[in-house]
Design a protein around this ligand. Structure first.
Ligand code: ADP
Ligand code: MG
Length: 297
């Protein structure tokens, strides 16, 4: 660090890295990756991580489809995609009423970023699906290889609702990887056992390729001892599955969705934006090496 280097220069440098990503490209995956972003706890950063990781990848030339699987529709909002009642959405797609392509919209964040929005209608799906044929694999059917190839996407990120109900099960059947965001807070690990055993159940009965490939620590507050305790506990338990990059707690990250933006667009020089880019790069690098597949193929 040279003399005269200021926090503002630091921020400008970070903004330049976000706004001019070409110098720091990200590899495309060896094969398309479908990742469910899941944790039955609410407020741990599932939606925030889904949209900002997706934007980080898309800004580096990788094509990403975000599936908003939460009736709240927060991922759709953050990606600048319409999700009023009546908008063609994931709900009609899962019911088999319309093909995926009919409901997919391009995000205002990037032409490489597509989003299948959720409307409030999805709130009823959890119950309506119960009596349907192949109720656990409705989403998997919609996300078939042929359709995804036509959309030419490298990544599909599925933003799960805060429950372990049928919607999340659909995500776990459609995905081959699970990304679990963990908030650096009290009780961070509470409920994780239940999530992991549900993942095991889905793997043994419905989707043998499913595995936890990525853990992302979110809302890290360096001023607290607790954040470090949670971080080291998670690293001890999950080893390299936990990304090296940790997402800091940052007001900018929480403000961005209020402007229908990702933090990368809202404040490209912020630490939040930078850390999501770094996390996206780690994910992309795992994907390129194939290291994320435990069986090695
Ligand atoms: P989930 O989808 O798991 O329910 P969200 O992504 O919606 O969680 O995040 C919950 C709340 O925390 C939201 O208000 C969001 O803006 C805020 N938030 C998420 N990540 C951060 C962060 N790194 N710094 C500050 N606030 C955050
Ligand atoms: Mg959410």
């Amino acid at each position: 660090m040279s003399a005269g280097w200021t926090p503002i220069a630091d921020e400008a440098e970070r903004a330049a890295r976000v706004l001019h990503p070409d110098r720091h490209g990200m590899p495309r995956p060896a094969a398309r990756r479908v990742m469910g972003v899941a944790n039955q706890k609410g407020g741990v950063g599932k939606t925030t991580s889904t949209v900002n990781l997706a934007a980080g990848l898309a800004l580096h030339g990788i094509r990403v489809l975000v599936i908003d699987l939460d009736p709240q529709g927060n991922a759709s909002t953050a990606l600048g995609v319409e999700h009023r009642t009546g908008t063609p959405s994931v709900y009609e797609v899962m019911l088999g009423e319309i093909p995926l392509e009919e409901a997919v919209a391009v995000s205002t964040a990037s032409p490489n970023l597509l989003c299948l929005p959720a409307t409030i209608d999805l709130a009823g799906a959890e119950i309506e699906l119960v009596s349907m044929v192949a109720r656990e694999s409705r989403l998997a059917q919609a996300l078939n290889d042929e359709t995804l190839s036509r959309l030419d996407v490298d990544y599909v990120l599925i933003d799960c609702p805060p429950s372990l109900g049928l919607l999340t099960v659909n995500a776990l059947v459609a995905a081959s990887e699970v990304l679990i965001p963990i908030q650096c807070e009290y009780y961070a690990l509470e409920g994780l056992g239940q999530l992991l055993s549900n993942i095991d159940l889905v793997r043994s009965h419905l989707n043998t390729s499913l595995h936890v490939s990525t853990i992302l620590l979110t809302m890290y507050d360096g001023r607290t001892k607790l954040a470090d305790q949670v971080t080291s506990e998670v690293r001890q338990h999950f080893g390299p599955t936990a990304l090296r990059t940790v997402i800091p707690r940052s007001v900018k990250v929480s403000e961005a969705p209020g402007y229908s933006q990702t933090v990368l667009a809202y404040d490209p020089g912020s630490r939040g934006a930078m850390s999501y880019i770094d996390a996206a790069r780690e994910i992309a690098e795992h994907g390129a090496s194939g290291a994320y597949r435990p069986d090695g193929h």
